[in-house]
Design a protein around this ligand. Structure first.
Ligand code: CUK
Ligand code: CUA
Length: 656
């Protein structure tokens, strides 16, 4: 039988030709220097592009889009179709702009079992769901590096919860919310040798097969409040896991994971002797897993992970350290997990809006295989197995295959859907978006993009009913697309009109750091619920001064507590005395304003903990340990009124 790898290599010369054709002009133009325009600027450009993306001053965009920031650990929010940056939401990173991770209230958000980690690699934003549709309540995101899942509340656009994931290394297949947020699933990228005592064992790679395991975490989500809780984990065979996506409709109960390096699940000797020409798509029945766990199949092991939450009233984060986790082993749970052979090293897995087709984006393959869910169920029923791997049945490739998209392009990474029977796949190597039909698996259109796209996003493209008007493709390389800014360039997104038969390029916009995935949603699902300010009478911060007469400076040993207020246009108190070198000074500033868009900032000269930005009605705190005598000015950092410059004061620091 002809293997997928053979097929790939046989078609390689053709593939190389295709590459040079598809990306030729674009790549050549990369070599151009100077301030001239980038190459290929007009390729596929809609003649009417300017009016299609123009949102007049004072008018709102039609959609929100949430782009991950990759290695900056943030999420950025853009309006679509204008491409205007609306907000940066810090999640895993400290953010000097609003003091997240610097002020005392939010530091606990970034605590982990490894200590304070004010950074992560954030890849996948996923909106919460109701009945398979995004509902605009929360945004779940993953941290790859120190495995974490976070929840952003879309009424305030704030990170309100971060949970560390035990037994995981590289939380990449994550987070995947099921169709009613019953669970958010988070899969590990690296398998690790678990010692089953809450850590990783010190073992030789020779022991890979027996000791290494991956994990898929089942995080239960409170339907009302959104609070997360790690219910249990499935400890899966020791492959590497790349990406996940879930079923819908008929496949609602299933979630799918792409795997690679599956030979590592064998012994090292085996690894040296043969390289697998196939990896797998792992199919897991999450409902059945939940049932097994509920019925007492889950065992318990020690664990050590942080769960950090922002309290609404105090607007402060608290960490809880969790000490155990329940787990299931697939070998004890018949019918819960199957493997479908996939082209070597597949990347994205995407399920179409009907829930019938699973597209496996095999980045090294020359075809795009499309699996059928109903065929998968039949193959399971009829036991059409091709043996097993690590105790998990492997289904016959031919039995589950719907068909292959032939020569889709080079380096398929990710696919999304328009809800009109079409799929759109990114080709990383040949730098294009390829539109193809789910019906006949024929390529319908190609659009060169600049350059090397990773994910693409159609608003609602991963739901039951995509909003098939726009496509946002996120490119890894921008080279000559914008004015040069030295060696370090922004990544970029491009907006494509997909309402017609042919794709039309509308807009380029630079992005903040490296967006991997994104989500888009109609503005009216979020905008009307957006909080404008926090109510002062709901502020239960223990150090809040709710009126100017409540302010105080009190000392206990060498700890000084300063309760302050901020309102246009003064900070109270504004002259603080009685501080000594080496004191720990805690400034707690309450913003007394009760109106939209009147934050006050607070910063002290020489204090190395940045500033903080206090929203109306909230209290935020900075800690400062002065090291030298003197008089130190402090001031409001946000130009808040005509007397903003006057919003200032002094702290006198005397010798001890
Ligand atoms: S990944 Cu980055 S381009 Cu982390 Cu979803 Cu595919
Ligand atoms: Cu308050 Cu400037």
């Amino acid at each position: 039988m002809e293997t997928l790898v053979n097929r790939f290599w046989k078609s390689a010369p053709k593939a190389a030709l295709l590459l040079s054709l598809a990306a030729g002009s674009a790549l050549q133009s990369c070599n151009k220097t100077g301030a001239g325009e980038g190459g290929g600027a007009a390729a596929g450009l809609d003649a009417d592009a300017a009016s299609k993306v123009y949102v007049a001053p004072g008018k709102h965009d039609e959609l929100y889009s949430f782009l991950s920031g990759g290695f900056n650990g943030q999420v950025s929010v853009y309006g679509i179709p204008s491409g205007r940056l609306l907000k940066i939401i810090p999640v895993f990173s400290q953010f000097p702009e609003n003091g997240y991770g610097y002020n005392e209230e939010t530091k606990a958000m970034l605590q982990t079992s490894h200590g304070f980690i004010p950074w992560d690699d954030l890849h996948h934003p996923k909106l919460s769901r109701k009945d398979g549709m995004t509902d605009g309540r929360w945004l779940f995101v993953n941290g790859n590096n120190t495995p974490r899942v976070a929840r952003v509340d879309l009424s305030t656009f704030e990170t309100v919860e971060i949970m560390e994931i035990p037994n995981s290394a590289g939380n990449h297949c994550s987070p995947y919310p099921t169709n009613n947020n019953e669970y958010v699933l988070a899969g590990t990228r690296f398998s690790v040798p678990l010692d089953m005592k809450g850590g990783t064992a010190d073992v030789s790679m020779e022991d890979y097969k027996d000791k290494f395991r991956g994990s898929i975490s089942f995080i239960k989500v409170d339907q009302e409040k959104g609070d997360m809780e790690l219910d249990f984990q499935v400890l899966v065979p020791g492959f590497d896991y790349d990406l996940a996506n879930g079923g819908k409709g008929p496949s609602n109960d299933w979630v799918f994971f792409t795997t690679y390096n599956t030979e590592k699940a064998g012994t090292l000797k085996e690894l040296g002797a043969s390289q697998n020409d196939r990896d797998y798509l792992a199919a897991i029945n999450w409902k059945l897993a939940a049932k097994y766990a509920a019925e007492g199949k889950a065992k318990e092991m020690p664990a050590n992970y942080y769960h950090n939450k922002l309290d609404h009233g105090t607007h402060s984060a608290k960490s809880t350290i969790k000490k155990k986790v329940r787990y299931l082993l697939p070998e004890d749970c018949p019918g819960m997990m199957y493997l479908l052979p996939a082209p070597k090293s597949p990347h994205g897995i995407d399920v179409d809006p009907t829930g019938e087709f699973m597209v496996v984006n095999g980045k090294l393959a020359s075809t795009l295989p499309v699996f059928s869910f109903s065929k998968m169920m039949k193959a399971i029923e009829n036991k059409q197995f091709d043996g097993e791997k690590n105790g998990i049945p492997v289904l016959k490739y031919e039995a589950v295959l719907q068909g292959e998209v032939k020569e889709p392009g080079l380096g398929p990474l990710h696919t999304e859907f328009d809800g009109k029977g079409n799929a759109y796949s990114t080709m990383f190597v040949s730098s294009e978006v390829v539109k193809w039909s789910l019906k006949d698996l024929q390529v319908k259109d190609r659009m060169p993009v600049y350059y090397s796209p990773g994910h693409l996003m159609i608003p609602g493209g991963d739901t039951r009913e995509p909003y098939g008007k726009y496509l946002v493709v996120m490119n890894k390389i921008t080279k000559d697309r914008f004015l040069p800014t030295g060696p370090e360039l922004m990544h970029s997104a491009q907006l494509i009109d997909i309402s017609g038969d042919k794709m039309k390029m509308l807009l380029d916009f630079p992005t903040v750091a490296e967006p991997h995935y994104a989500q888009g949603i109609k503005a009216d699902l979020i905008a009307p619920k957006s909080v404008k300010f926090f109510k002062l009478d709901e502020n239960s911060h223990p150090q809040a001064a709710k009126k100017e007469s409540d302010v105080s400076v009190t000392r206990k040993g060498n700890v000084v507590t300063v309760k302050m207020t901020a309102i246009r246009s003064h900070l109270t108190p504004d002259n603080i005395e009685g501080i000594q070198v080496g004191d720990t000074v805690n400034f707690h500033v309450t913003n007394l304003e009760q109106d939209w868009d009147v934050p006050h900032g607070f910063a002290v000269m020489g204090a190395n903990n940045a500033e903080t930005l206090i929203m109306p009605g909230a209290t935020q705190s900075l800690k400062w340990i002065p090291k030298k005598t003197g008089v130190y000015p402090f001031y409001c950092t946000d130009f808040c009124s005509a007397l903003h410059q006057e919003m200032q004061g002094y702290v006198r620091v005397s010798p001890k």
